[in-house]
Each structure stands twice: as C-alpha cells, then as structure tokens.
Design a protein around this ligand. Sequence first.
Ligand code: 5RP
Ligand code: FE2
Length: 216
Amino acid sequence: MIKVAPSILGADFSKLAAEVETVKEAGYLHIDVMDGHFVPNITLGPGVLADVAKRTEQILDVHLMIENPDNYIAQFAEAGADIISVHVEACPHLHRTIQNIQEQSVGAAVALNPATPLETIKHVLPELEMVLIMTVNPGFGGQSFIPEMVDKIKELNQMIEEQNLDVDIQVDGGIKPTTTAVEAVEAGADILVAGSAIFGAEDREKVIKEFQNVKS
Ligand SMILES: O=C(CO)[C@H](O)[C@H](O)COP(=O)(O)O
Ligand SMILES: [Fe+2]
C-alpha cells in the first residue's frame, strides 16, 4: 500500500483539530512550516505543532521551508515531530544538519526544490530516512505538478537501488489520485503528500483510500 500524508496546508486552520480528525486514516500528517524568507508565505511554528500532536496519533512529518533550520530543529522535535525534512537549498552544512536531526531521535529527511539537482544529496543519501522531491515550487498549496519531476523521481529511485538503501521517496505538490499520483508511484514514489486533493474533497477518507491503492 502506498503511504499518504495529508498536508494541513489544505485545511481550514480555524478548526484545525476537527480537520486533522477527518484525515486520521492516512496514518501520516504533513506539516508545512514556512517562514516568509525561504518561501514567500508564512504558516505555523512549533507551538501549533505541539497542540496538533496532543490531538493525533498520526506520524507527524514536518516539512521545514525555512532559513537556518538548525535553529529550530530541537523545538520541532520537542513539539512532537517524527520526521523532519530540511531543504538542501537552506543548508550549507547539510551533513551536520542531518546529524542535528538524528540527535533529536527524529527521522532525517531532505527536500529538493524542482530546479535542484539530485547530485546535491548523493553523498548524504545513506544517512536519510526519506527524500522529499518537490513537484511544485514550495510556498503554496493548489499549484500544478511540474511534469519534468517524473524523471527526477525515477533517477532518485535508481540512485537508491544502486546504493542498496532503504530510503523513502516522498513527493509533494499537485498530487492528484488518478493522474499525477499514478505517474509519481510508477516512477518510484513511496509517500504521496496531498493538500488540496484531500482537504478539498467532501469524502476525505475515500480520497485517502484512492491514494493508498495507486498501483505502479
Ligand atoms: O509543501 C507544500 C507547498 O510548499 C505543500 O505540502 C503542497 O503544496 C501541498 O499542497 P497541494 O497538494 O495542494 O499541492
Ligand atoms: Fe509540503
């Protein structure tokens, strides 16, 4: 079964606890943290994550779209993050940042913007639990999947197989059940992030099941 991580960016923040409850069957919850510097949008911080963590058993997958992520890793870990993704573009000392995440007993993941080559993570791949391939430019929900990212997912899958590693490939941005999710899974994606496709639906459980049943 394919893993699916509903992105709370698609939720109504005025009733966040109730929104999170509607997607609990997914098992994962994707938390988009934006600082208004690394991306042109601002979302939430560790305080909100701590409150969400009190209300759910879901695996909390925290996508940090922030500059200087090292300054905040401990706070997000204490707030309840299970996996933390940092952007390679925001980490001049990426290996050290990965170590900082691991020291907090949290799964370490690295995210890549669409234009960032896979070469940037080649030498840290064995350290990672997950790689997040951005399939849109980060900052906003509801954007269109960039088709060139299919080859990037394939290439990453090949890198992981060549090194005989156990690293999940997560895709994020414009993921829809019958189209881009299928393309991403066929290319090798293991975890599908979806904001608008899930939170924009009447029957969210049905959409989650559709994602989980995508076949490669
Ligand atoms: O990281 C993100 C944006 O930067 C979000 O996780 C992503 O965009 C999800 O939204 P949608 O499924 O609507 O594209
Ligand atoms: Fe995200």
